[in-house]
Ligand binder design. Structure first.
Ligand code: FMN
Length: 183
């Protein structure tokens, strides 16, 4: 796929076919995540890929505020990718904890690469972190940042409405829409 087609076609997918993930596609998506920038190149995160149905069911039971079927998505998809990070391996500047940034960039690289390989994903951030640590034997010094189901979508949902760039992209000063100069 062309780069902007990948960007355009990524939407949060909640319904999956059971078809397993192709191992070469998976390797390319993981490699894309590992290419992401990170604080001092420390790569503070690790991925855990879960394809065991019992472990996936356990993960689904860790999801909270489940108003829009994230737990069903985790049960259905053939694989779930979880990103876990060690805060001690990243920086803190002016109270900003960069392990979250490292993880977000790596996960988004993974998600976009998976999209390019023809797979659906959905970032899931609302879960009981301790329960996931217990389920997957993750050490207590690690933070569980996010997970995403990965699999062939039964159908790719349309985009949620996105915000108007004029209210979200400024030029030179807060509140001055960039489109006044670049349009
Ligand atoms: C940081 C973050 C946390 C999210 N957490 C959840 C979640 O816990 N459960 C869920 O169903 N979707 C979650 N989402 C998915 C968003 O709801 C979704 O990205 C948003 O509605 C926009 O839709 P789109 O991804 O199709 O563009 C999360 C997304 C992000 C970026």
């Amino acid at each position: 796929m062309q780069f902007y087609d990948v960007i355009e076609s990524r939407t949060s997918v909640k319904e999956f076919q059971s078809t397993p993930i192709d191992k070469d596609s998976l390797a390319r998506a993981i490699n894309s995540a590992m290419m992401s920038p990170s604080w001092k190149n420390n790569t503070s995160y690790k991925f855990i890929l879960v394809d065991d149905p019992r472990e996936k069911d356990m993960l689904a039971s860790c999801i909270i505020n489940d108003t829009n079927k994230a737990s069903d998505a985790v049960k259905q998809a053939p694989m779930v990718a979880i990103i876990v990070a060690d805060p001690a391996k990243s920086g803190v500047v002016a109270d900003k904890e960069y392990y979250l940034v490292d993880s977000a960039i790596a996960m988004e690289h993974f998600i976009l690469a998976a999209t390019n390989e023809g797979y659906g994903t959905c970032w899931i951030g609302a879960f009981d972190e301790d329960k996931i640590r217990h389920t997957l034997s993750i050490p207590t010094n690690q933070r569980v940042v996010a997970m995403t189901p990965v699999g062939k979508a039964t159908e790719r949902p349309p985009h949620h409405e996105k915000k108007d760039v004029r209210e979200h992209v400024f030029i030179n000063k807060w509140g001055q829409s960039y489109t006044e100069k670049y349009s």
